[in-house]
Design a protein around this ligand. Sequence first.
Ligand SMILES: *Cc1c(COP(=O)(O)O)cnc(C)c1O
Length: 342
Amino acid sequence: MKYIDLRSDTVTQPSPAMRQVMASAAVGDDVYGEDPTVNRLELLAAEILGMEDALFAPSGTQANLLALLSHCERGDEYIVGQLAHTYKYEGGGAAVLGSIQPQPINLEDDGTLDLDNVSRVIKPDNFHFARTRLLCLENTQAGKALPLEYLHEASVLAQAHQLNMHLDGARIFNAALHCNVPVQEISRHFDSVSICLSKGLGAPVGSLLCANKDLIRRARRWRKMLGGGMRQAGILAAAGIYALNQNISRLVDDHANATLLADGLAKINGIEVQSNGTQTNMVFIEMSHEDAQHIAKFMAKHHILIEGGKTIRLVTHMDISENDIHTVTEAFRQFFQKQVGQ
Ligand SMILES: *Cc1c(COP(=O)(O)O)cnc(C)c1O
């Protein structure tokens, strides 16, 4: 029996066509730089993002860590959102492995870091302080696309203070789609961008760090040190090439399905759909504490997987159809009807 899995867009299964290109990929030893398929993927990603070079990494966590380690040295600092993936969900890797001090600040409702707040925490050049080196943004942030004018303003501020800019672009293609611009309209503001192949793009594994050649050279050294140098990785890279060529434009379906879900759930008494709008492939809902305790179990009985908790994140992806959205909406409706009847 199939489950409708709304927990994340990481849960997608590689399609038969994707498995086909993986099975027939030409491979070599990528640590020697000899895997033609990895090389092709890195070129393709760099070209799409408008960067000089790119590096294939086994995960987004590692791609972000490679960026932080390559931009910053021991005793440097990076400015980042309190709830940003790099700061909160990556085990503190930059601090543990790079002696890089994070300077977290609160995120605004639209996923941005207020630039006055950023200015305020940039430390003067003085031996009492860590050296502020890098501004790290995330796009999309909790499903929200950062406004393009904001990216411009942030880059002006960063330049004025000689900060580099890194983007955690795990879902940068969702952001570009929402803003209705080519992805380079986002990436051009940054010195480095990480992208995930294993989220909405549907590959089983892999991320890329995109930047100039000099930064990628440093990142390649760190990748080896972290154990991220993979050998015949072309099998995985082939899935990545397929994902970049075939699965970007179809993200529009995920966005449409998320909007459909949000609209359906908003009509149900007992569910509060978060009001800042469904921009990409995520819907955030809230309900009473009592309901929140039972909802995940009820849904599982209907072969629908969601995370429990106060705010529930529902994520659409390529293995969720429009029909599934109707099934899910109906299950929520039943749950809340039942609660009223009790
Ligand atoms: C998923 C994700 C990453 C990378 O996660 P991995 O599981 O390590 O690939 C980075 N940033 C954001 C915002 C993400 O959602």
